[in-house]
Structure formats: C-alpha cells, structure tokens
Design a protein around this ligand. Structure first.
Ligand SMILES: Cc1ncc(COP(=O)(O)O)c(C=O)c1O
Length: 482
C-alpha cells in the first residue's frame, strides 16, 4: 500500500475512535457538558445540542423543586427510583378538557378542543365511516398482518391525489413519495425528523401564533424553530406585510411551515392573491414549504378549494412537504390516520427520499396501524362512498359556518361592545375571539365555559342551544373584565 493512503487510513481510524469515544461519554454527561462538548455543526451534534437544551430546562425545573435524585433499588422496599420526577403541567389544549371533565356544573360548555360535535353536543361518527367499517368487518379475507413501514399502498396513493388533485402531474410523474403516519402530528414529526437528518438548512419558520404543538414537534425532531409574523390583533386579520418582511429576511433555503387552510388558532387565511405573492417570494428565496393540512374540506366545505394553496406550490414544479390529517375531515380522531407527502423534482429523488423515510419510521414505531387507513382507503376508492363523504363533510362545515353567524347575530342583538365581524370573517373550526386571558378565566369561573387561554373557541363545539349562554358570558366578560 502506498505511504500516503496508509497515512490516510490511520487518520480515518483515529477519527472514528475519537467519534465513538465522544458518543460513549454522552451517557455520563449532564446537559451543560453536552452543550459545551457539541460545538461542531454536524447533524448529530446539532440534534444533541437541541436535546441537551431540552434536558437542561427539564433538569433545572427538577432542581428548582429541591428534590433529591436518588438511585434506589427497584425492589418493592425503599423509595421509588422515580421519586425525583416533578409533576409536568397539563397540555395547554388537552388540559382544557381535563378541567372541563372535573366541573360538575350542568351548564358547562367545552369549546377548548378541536373536535366536531352535533347540534345535540354529541361526538359524530360519519355514516360513510360506519359503512366502510361494516364492509371491512364483513370481508373475511382481511387479516391483521403488519403493514409495510410506509403503510397501506392504496391509502398513500389516494391521499396524495386527495391533496394534490386527481390529475396532479407530480403524482403522474411519480415525483411524490407518500407515507402513512400517525395522523397530522405523526406526519409532521416524521417530515421534521427527515429534514433534520437530510436537509441542508435546519431552521423552520412557524407563524405567530400557531398550533401549540408545532414548536415542540419541530424542536424535538432536531430543527431550530424561528417565527414569522402572521396575525394582527388590531385588525384581527392577517399581518400580510409583516409576514412578507419576515420571510424576506429568512435565510435562503429555510423551511417554512404553512397552514394549508383554516389557520389554527386564528381562522385567518391568506386570500388566493396573497398566497400567490407568498409563493413567488418563497420560490425566489428557495424557501422550502412544509404544509400542515389538518382541515381539508372543513374550512369551505370543499376538498378542492381547501387544497388550493398546496396545489399552487406544486403546480410550479417546485418541491414541498405536506402533512395530512383525517382526524377532523373524516372524524377519525382516535384512529390516528394521516400521511406525509414529499413532492420532489424527479421520480428517482422521490424513491431515494422514501428509502430514507423508512429509516426514520422503523425505529420510531416500526409501521403504522391498519384499521383507520383501511377505512380511508375504502371510502376514497369508491365513487359513491367518496360522494357521500363530501356531503357529510359539507354538512359539518356548514353547521360551523351557521354557528358563526348565530353567535355574531346574538352579540349584535345583545349590544355587546366591540366589532365582532371577525367571527364571520374567520374560517374553519376556530374563532380567535380577541378575549384576553382574564376574560377567559372569568368565563370559566362564572359561566363554566372552557376555552384555551388565548381566547380561541371551537365553533364545532357550539350549538343553537348553547349560543345564548356563550353570548351572555362574552357580554359579561367584555363589560365587567378589562
Ligand atoms: C394545525 C394543526 N395541525 C396538526 C394537528 C394534528 O392533529 P392530529 O394529529 O390529531 O391529526 C392539529 C390538531 O388540532 C392542528 O390544529
């Protein structure tokens, strides 16, 4: 062997040794040491740094509570090895339901969680979902084997067509890879983990405000989270100028999280013209769009209209990611059905991307569950069932729109101070009322009405019967609490 290549080999061996030693010592390091040790910018180090920061905040709250971390044996005798664990706060959104469930009042009303309710205030299982389940139960050839890592093939193909359009050239050219994931949240997480491992710019810009889980999902996946202006509290509408300025000053290549429609929590979406300007700006700066589509069909009642923003970006031939959820639009909340699509420039790229997505998924949950995806695939591939779904979906969207009108009319008739027109201008499941946290607390205490502390109410949780109670509560809140 020539001397030069021998030296090269030796250097490589030394480097590998150093690397494995570094990895080994991770288990013995505390968060501070970890932060100081991972100063290089490799992808692994970045992920470690982000995790270290997270650990640091968790361990400092443990220290604040003055608890002693003791390593006692795991036998029945002695204190628990988990005795030092501090009580974590409730999730800000799901915690609303926890508080609601504890309230014995007969007039209590839960407007906190984004789940559809009927006029009678009951959860809804769509007829078409019941039909699909019946077909699945009656089919004795069906088995419960593991799905492939990427999920149910039919489901993936049909999900891509649903969001990108049945005649999407990107789908026809096999430039899209779609993997079944655990609802919208799981799709976002898998997409973010993939980007943290393989994409050159690991910063994601999210709107202010946004769904509360976004920053946590992205941070723990290994991305750095920054924000862009979105909502203007003075107009209760879009801060379009602020949005453009912030995206303009984002570094080239940065990832941008966009709500495909029915922005949560504000219910404020850009107009088609504004979307076009956003698209042009993002493409000119090579920003990578990551769409979160949790409400397709729920905003306007039309699956196609609610997918326009995504389709606009795909039509220009550029690349993007889309996380889809069937929680709201098919009422499959607890089935955890969703999909991640990555639209690539070419079929061979899409195929390599899919191979890497499998490496993300396999150690995370191995492969996705079969039942929910089978329901969705059964509905999407049958013309009649698909049609029935669109009718049921439209009925849900229409009931929400009618609740907006009823609440607006009731506040006007009551003479409640303020301009409440944003209630009918905003779209989707939520109204961002503009009520402050003191007013929210007042309404909870005095009227047993539950919502998130930012004043977001789920219109899907409201009915003609409960509008007067909510109107009374809002009226009292804005007249009595500053
Ligand atoms: C904007 C947004 N994204 C994603 C999700 C995730 O929902 P799921 O994981 O239940 O599909 C939600 C749910 O409320 C949401 O509002």
């Amino acid at each position: 062997m020539p001397k030069k290549s021998k030296r090269k080999k030796k250097r490589k061996k030394k480097k590998t040794k150093r690397h494995s030693q570094q990895k080994f010592s991770f288990t013995d390091m505390n968060a501070d040491q970890l932060l100081n040790n991972s100063s290089s910018s490799s992808s692994t180090d970045r992920r470690l740094r982000i995790l270290a920061k997270h650990l640091q905040s968790t361990s400092s709250s443990a220290m604040e509570s003055n608890t002693v971390v003791s390593a006692s044996p795991t036998s029945a005798a002695g204190s628990s090895v988990f005795a030092h664990i501090v009580q974590a706060p409730e999730d800000p959104i799901l915690g609303v339901t926890v508080a609601y469930n504890k309230d014995p009042s007969p007039v209590k009303l839960n407007l906190g969680v984004g789940a559809y309710r009927t006029e009678e205030g009951k959860p809804l299982v769509l007829n078409v979902v019941r039909q699909a389940e019946q077909l699945l139960v009656n089919d004795s050839s069906r088995v419960k084997e593991y799905l492939p890592i990427v999920g149910l093939a039919d489901f993936n193909k049909l999900s891509a067509k649903l969001i990108l359009g049945a005649d999407s050239p990107a789908v026809q050219d096999n430039r899209v890879t779609t993997v079944q994931c655990l609802s919208g949240t799981g799709s976002l997480r898998v997409g973010a983990e993939f980007l943290a491992r393989h994409y050159h710019e690991r910063t994601i810009y999210i709107p202010v405000p946004t769904w509360g889980n976004h920053p946590k999902v992205f941070t723990l996946a290994g991305l750095a989270v920054k924000s862009y202006r979105y909502y203007d509290p003075t107009t209760r509408g879009l801060n379009f100028q602020g949005l453009l300025e912030d995206l303009q000053s984002a570094p080239s290549g940065a990832i941008v999280l966009l709500h495909a429609c029915a922005h949560n929590p504000t219910g404020v979406d850009p107009t088609p013209q504004q979307w076009e300007q956003i698209r042009q700006l993002m493409r000119s700066k090579a920003l990578l769009p990551f769409f979160d589509s949790a409400y397709q069909g729920f905003a306007s009642g039309s699956l196609d209209a609610d997918a326009q923003s995504v389709r606009m970006f795909v039509a220009d031939g550029g690349e993007c990611l889309v996380a889809q959820s069937y929680a709201k639009n098919m009422g499959l909340y607890g089935e955890r059905v969703g999909a991640l699509s990555i639209v690539c420039r070419a079929a061979d790229v899409a195929s390599r991307v899919e191979s890497q997505l499998k490496l993300v998924i396999r150690p995370m949950y191995s492969n996705p569950p079969i039942h929910g995806a089978s329901i969705v695939a059964t509905i999407l591939k049958d013309r009649n069932m698909f049609h029935e779904w669109t009718l049921e979906l439209k009925a849900m969207a229409d009931r929400i729109i009618s609740m907006r009108q009823q609440l607006f009319d009731a506040l006007r008739a009551r003479g409640t101070p303020g301009d409440w027109s944003h209630i009918i201008k905003q779209i989707g499941m939520f109204t961002f009322t503009g009520l402050n946290s003191e007013q929210v607390t007042f309404m909870r205490k005095e009227y047993h009405i539950y919502m998130t502390s930012d004043g977001r109410i789920s219109m899907a949780g409201l009915s003609s019967r409960t509008v007067p109670h909510l109107t009374d509560a809002i009226h009292a809140a804005v007249t009595k609490v500053a």
